[in-house]
Design a protein around this ligand. Structure first.
Ligand SMILES: Cc1cc2nc3c(=O)[nH]c(=O)nc-3n(C[C@H](O)[C@H](O)[C@H](O)COP(=O)(O)OP(=O)(O)OC[C@H]3O[C@@H](n4cnc5c(N)ncnc54)[C@H](O)[C@@H]3O)c2cc1C
Length: 402
């Protein structure tokens, strides 16, 4: 009985060390390495010991919001004058990588807050909106969500029907959003809705406004430690000062998605590295036919291919980070990285699951949780196929999805 408990404890210890086959750390600055190491320690301390339990119970640990704020995981790329980290895009990527190494649901909370709530308020908001919301969002005093997807408009957000009317002294908002990360616990929602002429604008809707509700979506098999829900607007009176004044049209939410997809490209690399690290360790320790399974060629093939794909993906995001920093990265370049790295991570999770044999389906290892999480990540922020068609459009100049 006692021995069983000891084995259980040692299996759950987070032994992750990181993967760097090509010396890619040489491309990082001292500051980057420090940031990565502090977030890695944070994840080992605040996420790894509990994540399996949260995920099994479909529990969103609200206390993590404040902790993310303290460690600088919210809006690292937002200027420090507004409470953000004032860091470069590589730092932002490294933070997302380390958090998603722990869990994609935890990374979803952080990247929605930073890229989909703070970013639009910073980029398209008024000075008063920036001052009112950004410091509180950065510190975790406030949680936000981003409402673009609707029940009948997912891949095609331009068809959205959520709308608002100008009532003179306020806007009247009606409609519904679906699949919204953080919504059940969010204090504010950045909501994309059409005005009377059909033009899309961002509005900041606050919890407590009459007619605004956020029912939770239950029974997910994926991102179980992240809360997801709807946003329902039933004649919600939104003050006029809550409209984001500096950009309208579909391009505005798409710019936010570019920033978030960049974070996903890094984040999923973290999930992939966790699966690889665990598979390598397990293969060295697990004995079958009197040998470690790592000695069989088929297992070595899986590990070698994982390492190859991780190394390619690391170089991809590093270069993309440099282009983001220079303001040169295009939507299609970000699509390529998001699409490639999510698919790479999903493949690695599936192969790692096989290397772990039956143990791979249990909560003793992070593999199956990563795999199920990545099934959402491959769909949200533009599905795998939509990103392929964005690239097809870039290559040919012909849109195959409109
Ligand atoms: C856990 C989770 C969290 C999410 N969080 C958020 C959030 O915070 N905010 C938010 O706004 N949204 C969020 N989403 C929504 C997400 O972005 C959408 O699920 C996604 O955009 C796809 O939309 P859909 O689910 O309606 O699928 P659909 O658009 O109905 O697509 C179904 C299938 O059809 C394919 N398809 C669609 N159109 C075409 C085409 N033209 N050509 C070829 N194939 C096509 C798709 O690739 C897909 O395989 C979240 C989703 C999930 C699962």
């Amino acid at each position: 009985m006692e021995t069983g408990a000891v084995v259980q404890k040692s299996l759950k210890k987070d032994l992750y060390e990181g993967v760097d086959f090509y010396g890619i750390d040489d491309l990082l600055t001292e500051e980057h390495l420090l940031i990565r190491s502090s977030i890695r320690d944070f994840v080992k301390r605040e996420i790894s010991p509990y994540i399996e339990d949260w995920a099994q119970k479909a529990h969103f640990p609200y206390e993590i919001v404040k902790k993310f704020g303290e460690v600088g995981a919210f809006g690292p790329q937002i200027p420090s004058a507004y409470g953000g980290g004032g860091l470069d895009y590589i730092s932002y990527g490294l933070i997302m990588q380390e958090v998603e190494r722990g869990d994609s649901g935890m990374r979803s909370t952080a990247s929605v807050q930073g890229s989909l709530v703070m970013y639009p308020i910073y980029k398209f908001g008024s000075e008063a909106q920036r001052e009112k919301y950004l410091p509180k969002l950065a510190s975790g005093e406030m949680l936000g969500c981003f409402g673009l997807t609707e029940p009948d408009h997912g891949s095609n957000p331009s068809g959205m029907t959520t709308n608002f009317k100008d009532m003179g002294d306020h806007f009247l908002l009606n409609g519904a959003k679906m699949w919204i990360s953080n919504s059940p616990k969010a204090d504010i929602a950045v909501v994309w809705a059409k005005d009377e002429s059909g033009r899309i604008h961002g509005l900041i809707v606050e919890r407590g406004m009459e007619g605004f509700s956020t029912p939770e979506t239950h029974n997910k098999w994926s991102l179980r430690a992240s809360c997801t829900g709807e946003l329902v607007f039933d004649n919600v009176k939104v003050p006029k000062e809550n409209i984001l004044p500096n950009k309208s049209g579909l391009g505005a939410p798409l710019m936010c998605l570019d920033s978030a997809r960049y974070g996903i490209a890094w984040g999923t690399l973290g999930a992939a590295m966790d699966c690889y690290d665990s598979a390598r360790r397990y293969a060295m320790e697990r004995i079958q036919f009197d040998k470690p399974i790592a000695s069989f060629q088929l297992i070595q093939k899986k590990l070698a291919e994982m390492l190859t794909e991780i190394t390619k993906a690391q170089l991809l995001v590093w270069k993309l980070g440099k282009m983001m920093e220079e303001g040169k990265a295009t939507t299609a370049q970000i699509s390529l990285a998001k699409r490639n790295n999510v698919a790479m991570a999903l493949d690695i999770a599936r192969e790692a699951r096989q290397i772990h044999g039956g143990m791979g389906i249990t909560g003793e290892y992070s593999i199956m949780r990563h795999m199920m999480n990545l099934e959402s990540v491959v769909t949200y922020e533009g599905t795998h196929d939509i990103h392929l068609l964005i690239l097809g459009n870039e290559i040919t100049g012909i849109s195959a999805f409109k």
